[in-house]
Design a protein around this ligand. Structure first.
Ligand code: SF4
Length: 391
């Protein structure tokens, strides 16, 4: 394989430890709202796995990676657990091929009908210490409306299996604003989730993405979604209920018990470096951003031919990285550190955005508290509008 552009990947002093991401782009079936890079298949192809193994070995030997200590590994998808027992070997290989900090956070995403106690136990043994389960709803009616391939019973069984296998850090993904969902249904889902005592919850509002079955249904008027007020009520209920349950919000859609915030995602929101391996994965190494080809077959074919499966790459200008750091950082309730921005980019939000930031402050949407710029209580519910002005 050719050497990557090593001159671009020069170490930057004061950089924080990067994260490693592996993408498994296969699912048992496609959900009606899904716009992720994932493909339905009964059994996932072995050729993709061998290509991924190749890429892990290749990148683990590159200078940029050898000079760094990684702090997190995240295996996401798609449905990584569709590979069953083979996944543990993949995690093992990653942990051996890269240098990791002591006690790295190692997350695997899973869908409820793809896990068993023995399989989860082998993941635990391989070093996986965080499981992220795509539950979405505790209602067979709503799961059916979403086109999910699992039932409420399977979701409950998967959470129990994860505890039995020894997982002490579990995230549950849930969605609100679903077709046919009322605030009372959402309350029920949250109550059911909390009854399992998860350490982390990710609560996403359904968004209708282009070229999905849901987008076509909206066009035909065949999808009835809850009204804006009802969705806002669901969002408000989420923060209140989860805060009372000891899972305060730390990011627009993420809630965690103290000490259980997702370190891997925090690195994204802090605009840190990360290496993404697999079809369609994106990497950002010291400000150099590149992606790999999206189609798994092409990805595997290129790797097996001895080529790097790269798609696009760009070296972001300093101002663009600064803006990105502000916008990503404001997603977290703690906001962005002004001193850190100054140190990394030699810029401050007040100096860079000038009047626009003043306006947002006067409207009470953002605030400066000690060293941090953050969204205010009033700004959080309209985060997307505020952030779009700062991009
Ligand atoms: S399980 Fe996730 S990645 Fe797979 S089709 Fe459904 S939403 Fe997409």
């Amino acid at each position: 394989m050719p050497e990557p552009m090593s001159t671009v990947f020069t170490p930057v002093s004061g950089e924080e430890p990067p994260g490693l991401y592996l993408h498994i782009p296969f699912c048992k079936s496609r959900c009606a709202y899904c716009s992720f890079n994932s493909y339905a298949c009964k059994s996932p192809p072995g050729a993709y796995l061998t290509a991924l193994v190749d890429q892990i070995r290749y990148w683990g030997a590159q200078q940029w990676c050898r000079e760094r200590i990684f702090s997190t590994l995240f295996v996401g998808g798609g449905t990584p657990t569709i590979y069953g027992e083979e996944l543990a070997a993949l995690v093992n290989l990653c942990l051996k091929s890269f240098t990791f900090a002591e006690e790295p956070e190692v997350t695997v995403e899973a869908n409820p009908n793809t896990v068993t106690v023995p399989m989860l136990t082998s993941l635990r043994r391989a070093g996986v210490n965080r499981l992220s389960l795509g539950v979405q709803a505790f209602s067979d009616r709503l799961l059916g409306a979403l086109g999910r391939s699992h039932t409420k019973g399977e979701a409950c069984a998967a959470i129990k299996a994860a505890r039995e296998a020894g997982f002490a850090n579990i995230n549950l993904d849930l969605m609100y604003g679903l077709p046919g969902q009322r605030a009372t249904d959402w309350r029920e889902s949250l109550d059911q989730a909390l009854a399992f005592g998860p350490e982390h919850l990710a609560c996403y509002e359904l968004t209708i993405e282009e070229e999905t079955p849901f987008a076509q249904m909206v066009e035909k008027g065949a999808l009835i979604l809850p009204g804006e007020e009802e969705v806002l009520a669901m969002a408000a209920l989420t923060h209140d209920l989860l805060a009372q349950a000891g899972l305060p919000r730390y990011e627009i859609s993420n809630y965690a018990a103290p000490g259980n915030q997702c370190r891997h995602n925090r690195n994204y929101w802090r605009n840190g470096s990360y290496l993404g391996l697999g079809a369609g994965a994106v990497s950002s190494l010291s400000g150099f951003r590149f992606s790999t080809v999206e189609e798994p077959e092409l990805f595997a074919a290129l790797v097996h031919k001895g080529e790097l499966p790269l798609d696009e790459g760009e070296c972001l200008p300093l101002a663009a990285r600064f803006r990105e750091s502000v916008v990503m950082g404001l997603r977290m309730t703690e906001g962005v550190s002004l001193a850190r921005l100054q140190r990394r980019f030699g810029l401050t939000p007040a100096g860079y955005y000038g009047k626009m930031l003043e306006e947002l402050q006067q409207q009470g949407l953002v605030e400066v508290c000690h060293d941090r710029l953050r969204l205010s209580e009033a700004g959080l519910p309209v985060a997307n509008q505020v952030l779009s002005r700062l991009v």
